[in-house]
Ligand binder design. Structure first.
Ligand SMILES: Nc1ncnc2c1ncn2[C@@H]1O[C@H](COP(=O)(O)OP(=O)(O)O)[C@@H](O)[C@H]1O
Ligand SMILES: CC(C)(COP(=O)(O)O)[C@@H](O)C(=O)NCCC(=O)O
Length: 395
C-alpha cells in the first residue's frame, strides 16, 4: 500500500474532536509543505513519517454547522477524501469524545460521511494531560501574585495528581498513571454557570464580552466582605482578613438596589470570582481527601485569564496553607481532543504520534496562512491554542 495514497483514505487519522456542552474542540495534524509532498519521509518498514504540527480550533456547539463546514472545506477536501459535491468517497472514521460524540453522531454521518470512533471523555482528558506533560516542555505553569512560572515536570515523579477540568461543568479526576485514574468528584457550578448566569445578569452575548466586562469591574461593589460584617476589621482569630469575601453577591441583600442599578462589569467580576473561588476550594478539598499536592486545572473556562488563575491559585494556596499547588496548562481547552488524537496510536493501521520537536511555539493562526490551508471559507476560532510541532507515523 502506498502510504502517500492511503494516508487519509479510510481513516482521517489527522483529526480528533471533543464535542462538549458549550464548545467543540478540534485537533488536527497539518503536514509541513504543500500537501505533504515535502514533509513526508518513507522509512524502511513501510511507514511514512510526516512532519508537521498539531493545530487547534474551536467552535460553539450551538453553531455546529460552522464546524461541519470547517471540516468539509479545510480538512476533508484538502485531504482528498471528499468529492466536490461534498460527499465522502468511503466511510470515514474519526476519533471523537465528549457528550456530543453520542449526541451528534448521526449528524456527522449524514452531513460528512464521518463515523465517530468514540473515546471515553474522562479517559481522553487524562491521556491529553499526560501527553502534554510528558512531551511538551513549558506546558504547565503556576500563576500567583501576577507571576507566571513554568513548572519543570519530572517524568518519574508525575503521579499522583488531581486534574480539574472546568468545562460547562467540572470534573475532578485523580490520576495515578497512564490510563490509571478515577473521577472522584465534580460540580455543576462550572464554566456553563458563569456564562449562563452572566448572560442573564449582564445581557452579554458572548463569553469574550463577559470576560472583557469583568476586567473592568469591581467585585467589592456586590460581594459582602468580612470587613462589611466586622465593621472594617479583620476576623483574625479564624484567619480571615477584612477584604476576604464573606458572601458572594451578599451586598445585594441590603443595598436596596435592583439589578439595573448595578454596573454589569461589577456583576461579571463577582460572578467570575465566585465560580473560580468555589472551584478552587472544592479542588483543594478533594486534593486533601486523597493527599494530592499537585492540582492541574484545564478546560476552556480558564482561557489563560490572569484573574481566574489568580483566584483559583489563591483559593488553593489559602485553604491548603501553601501545601498544595495549582497549576495551569497552555493547551488547557484541548485536553480531551488531544487525548482522543493520541488514541489513534492504540490501533494498528493508524498513526503514532511522535512529537519530536517541542520548542517551536508558532501561533496556530499560522496554520491558515500557509499553503496547506489556503481555503478557509468559514471563520473558526483558531487562535486559542499554540500549534505543537510533531511528526506522525503512518503505518
Ligand atoms: N468562546 C467561548 N464561547 C463560549 N464559552 C467559552 C468560550 N471560551 C471559553 N468559554 C468557557 O468555557 C466553557 C466551556 O469549556 P469547555 O472545556 O470547552 O467545556 P465543554 O466541553 O463543556 O464545552 C464555557 O462554559 C465557558 O465558560
Ligand atoms: C457531564 C460532564 C462530564 C460533561 O463534560 P463537559 O461538557 O462539561 O466538559 C461535566 O459537565 C461534569 O462533570 N459535570 C458535573 C456533574 C457533577 O459532578 O455534579
Amino acid at each position: 500500500m502506498d502510504p502517500k495514497n492511503s494516508r487519509f483514505s479510510t481513516q482521517i487519522s489527522h483529526l480528533a474532536l471533543d464535542i462538549g456542552g458549550t464548545l467543540i474542540k478540534l485537533v488536527y495534524f497539518s503536514p509541513n509543505g504543500d500537501n505533504c509532498e515535502d514533509g513526508s519521509i518513507v522509512v524502511g518498514n513501510g511507514c511514512s513519517v510526516v512532519q508537521g504540527r498539531l493545530c487547534f480550533a474551536k467552535f460553539e456547539t450551538r453553531k455546529i454547522d460552522d464546524c461541519l463546514d470547517f471540516i468539509r472545506f479545510n480538512i476533508l477536501q484538502h485531504s482528498g477524501v471528499q468529492h466536490t459535491n461534498g460527499t465522502a468517497r468511503d466511510k470515514l472514521s474519526v476519533k471523537a469524545t465528549g457528550g456530543g460524540a453520542f449526541k451528534f453522531a448521526d449528524l456527522f454521518k449524514e452531513k460528512l460521511g464521518i463515523v465517530f470512533d468514540k473515546e471515553d471523555e474522562m479517559h481522553s482528558l487524562v491521556c491529553g494531560v499526560n501527553f502534554l506533560l510528558k512531551t511538551v516542555p513549558r506546558e504547565a505553569f503556576t500563576y500567583l501574585d501576577g507571576q507566571k512560572e513554568f513548572v519543570q515536570i519530572d517524568h518519574n515523579d508525575l503521579y499522583p495528581y488531581l486534574l480539574v477540568n472546568i468545562g460547562s461543568g467540572v470534573s475532578m479526576i485523580k490520576v495515578d498513571g497512564d490510563g490509571k485514574y478515577e473521577r472522584i468528584s465534580g460540580t455543576s457550578l462550572g464554566g456553563g454557570t458563569f456564562l449562563g448566569l452572566g448572560k442573564l445578569l449582564t445581557k452579554c452575548k458572548s463569553f469574550d464580552e463577559l470576560l472583557e466586562l469583568s476586567h473592568q469591574g469591581n467585585n467589592r461593589v456586590i460581594d459582602m466582605l468580612v470587613g462589611d460584617i466586622y465593621g472594617g476589621t479583620d476576623y483574625s482569630k479564624i484567619g480571615l482578613s477584612s477584604t476576604a469575601i464573606a458572601s458572594s453577591f451578599g451586598k445585594a441583600i441590603s443595598d436596596g438596589k435592583e439589578l439595573e442599578d448595578y454596573q454589569p462589569e461589577d456583576v461579571a467580576r463577582s460572578l467570575l470570582r465566585m465560580i473560580s473561588n468555589n472551584i478552587g476550594q472544592i479542588a483543594y478539598l478533594n486534593a486533601l481527601r486523597f493527599g494530592l499536592k499537585r492540582i492541574f486545572f484545564g478546560g476552556f473556562f480558564i482561557r489563560g485569564l490572569e484573574y481566574t488563575m489568580d483566584t483559583i491559585s489563591v483559593a488553593v494556596h489559602f485553604w491548603s496553607r501553601g501545601e498544595a499547588k495549582a497549576m495551569f496548562l497552555r493547551h488547557e481547552g484541548f485536553l480531551g481532543a488531544l487525548g482522543a488524537f493520541t488514541s489513534y496510536k492504540d490501533q494498528s493501521h493508524s498513526t503514532e504520534l511522535k512529537p519530536h520537536h517541542h520548542t517551536v511555539e508558532r501561533a496556530v493562526l499560522k496554520c491558515s496562512d500557509d499553503d496547506s490551508f489556503r481555503h478557509i471559507p468559514v471563520t473558526a476560532n483558531v487562535n486559542d491554542g499554540e500549534a505543537i510541532e510533531c511528526s506522525i507515523n503512518l503505518v
